[in-house]
Design a protein around this ligand. Structure first.
Ligand SMILES: NC(=O)c1ccc[n+]([C@@H]2O[C@H](COP(=O)([O-])OP(=O)(O)OC[C@H]3O[C@@H](n4cnc5c(N)ncnc54)[C@H](OP(=O)(O)O)[C@@H]3O)[C@@H](O)[C@H]2O)c1
Length: 510
């Protein structure tokens, strides 16, 4: 049970615990995790006795580790550079534990160290393990934690808990995700497992639920009678950025659609949950995933597009092609762009297409969801522009968090011509610039035992089930890989997919 659910503002609510980060010398720890822990600590949201233990292979003293983490906070924290007082307080409880993930002795000594810290800081056996490592290491670490008794909870200590946060990607396909789930569940009960998708930690994504279910005017029109189609775009304006080795084994469908875009889709399409309880929300999300119509190979051919960027330039700057990136096979057929048209076969969404697209080196960086409503009959006002006539509700997740509604307005003058205009709500204008980083929210929720914003086992498996159907055809070259220039919106086939039903991709930024 969560200690306090949805707690984000104000005073300390969390009990002290040990956060053990596996992979503590890696990029994610210094870029995201330590800055998040620092900010939570500085804002008084972590108990002052909370300790952090970094676990990794390189020899390092506690002091060296502290210096490295300070560098990370000074470079990446939303509040930087670090203030001396809160940083020093946190640094006193920051430790480094050197071991390989495979070495049982490293876990035995970790157990002793954690028991000492329990005593010293009154942690009562509360432990949050964060697997910030390559996915290939997840099962080794979990197995070793189990062998060292670090997954068990003392039945006589009702204050103790053990939780494990697992980074993405969670599996490579359905079979590997199931296997990983089985391995994790041998040591940790499902209620102890927190599969992270940092998109769910973003304020706008959480606001989707508030937007839908705290406003009376949208819910009655949030269905097939009023909605023509839905678009979800997660666009990057950069390439693989040194992650070519990993990315080449994954591709955009696995790396982005299986998790981030599917999560956004479920939040848009789900039924109202019976409560804001984690399982109530996740039950509804799973129902959406299970209602997605399976793809036949013919449908994969006609309803999906895969692309790869080639050499080009953007704003006068030369961009190397994907095949020239370090770690990428020169013969690679891995997609850096994916577009998929899905159908949700339930009463609410029957006949409403959902279009998902994501890619690297696209025209702009941005993530947004747009709900395109049916057009008004054109008998009175002529709306000649492309895409005009329909009201479009746009939920912008990044870079500027906002919500916009496109309406048609009469142009000034003597004619009756109408033109689309935007009504916009900007988060920072309404609420100021304070916005906790996604990892702050997610770490705090895991410490509080609130799993609402984490992915449940059946969710991850249902999402892989759909992705596998597409991957099966893509693996045999159907449809063929298309190529696109950096700085474009991807292959033209994605536009054709829309155009054949008289639809268009939403232009952005607006
Ligand atoms: N980086 C990001 O911004 C980002 C964003 C979203 C998700 N993720 C996910 O987060 C996870 C971590 O990513 P990352 O970029 O931080 O990885 P990384 O920079 O490659 O770090 C890997 C860490 O694992 C340790 N390690 C590797 N093999 C080990 C072994 N056999 N024994 C002990 N330690 C070992 C390394 O320790 P040594 O250096 O001491 O060898 C290092 O601390 C991945 O699952 C990734 O997909 C990362």
């Amino acid at each position: 049970m969560p200690e306090v659910s949805n707690a984000i503002l104000g005073t300390i609510l969390a009990s002290p615990c040990a956060i053990v980060i596996f992979g503590a010398t890696g990029d994610l720890t210094s870029r995201k995790l330590l800055p998040a822990i620092y900010n939570l600590s500085k804002d008084g949201l972590l108990h002052p006795d909370t300790v952090v233990v970094g676990f990794a292979r390189r020899p390092k003293t506690d002091d060296e580790f502290r210096q490295e983490m300070l560098k990370g906070v000074n470079s990446f924290s939303r509040s930087r550079p670090a203030d001396n007082t809160p940083w020093n307080k946190l640094a006193e409880r920051l430790f480094y534990h050197q071991s390989t993930f495979e070495d049982a002795h490293g876990y035995a000594s970790l157990a002793t160290r954690l028991a000492d810290l329990d005593q010293k800081y009154g942690l009562s056996g509360r432990r949050l393990y964060y697997l910030s490592t390559s996915p290939a290491e997840f099962s080794t670490i979990v197995h070793q934690l189990g062998e060292a008794g670090l997954g068990n909870i003392d039945p006589f200590n009702s204050n103790a808990w053990r939780r494990v946060i697992v980074e993405k990607p969670f599996g490579h396909d359905l079979a590997s995700a199931q296997e990983l789930n089985q391995q994790i569940n041998r040591v940790f009960d499902e209620s102890q497992v927190y599969r992270i998708d940092h998109y769910l930690g973003k304020q706008t994504v959480q606001n989707l639920l508030a937007f839908r279910f705290a406003n009376g005017i949208f819910e009655p029109i949030w269905n097939r009678r009023y909605v023509d189609h839905v678009q979800v775009t997660v666009a990057e304006d950069i390439g693989v950025e040194g992650r070519g080795g990993y990315f080449d084994t994954a591709g955009t469908l696995r790396d982005m659609l299986q998790n981030h875009l599917m999560q956004l889709l479920t939040l848009v399409a789900m039924e109202p949950p019976v409560s804001l309880d984690g399982d109530a929300i996740r039950d509804e999300k799973v129902r959406v995933l299970k209602s997605i119509l399976p793809f036949t190979p013919e449908q994969v051919e006609s309803l999906t597009v895969r692309g790869q960027y080639v050499r080009g330039d953007r704003n006068g700057q030369a961009i190397i092609g994907y095949l020239e990136e370090r770690g990428v096979s020169p013969q690679s057929h891995t997609e850096t762009y994916a577009c998929v048209q899905l159908a949700i076969d339930n009463w609410r969404w029957y006949g409403v297409p959902f279009y998902l697209r994501s890619g690297k080196h696209l025209k702009y960086k941005g993530s947004e969801i747009s709900i395109h409503f049916n057009r008004a009959p054109g008998v009175l006002f002529n709306t000649p522009q492309r895409g005009a006539g329909a009201n479009v509700l746009t939920l912008r997740i990044q870079p500027r968090e906002s919500i916009g509604l496109q309406i048609n307005a009469k142009r000034p003058g003597t004619s009756t011509a109408v033109t689309p205009v935007q009504m916009n709500f900007q988060y920072h204008e309404a609420f100021g610039s304070y916005s906790p980083e996604a990892y702050e929210r997610l770490l705090l929720d895991a410490i509080l035992g609130d799993s609402t914003l984490f992915i449940r086992r059946d969710e991850v498996e249902s999402a892989w089930n759909i992705i596998d159907q597409i991957e099966d055809s893509w693996a045999v070259g159907q449809p063929p890989l298309k190529f696109y220039a950096p700085g474009s919106w991807g292959p033209d086939e994605a536009n054709q997919l829309m155009r054949k039903s008289g639809r268009y991709w939403e232009e952005f930024p607006q």
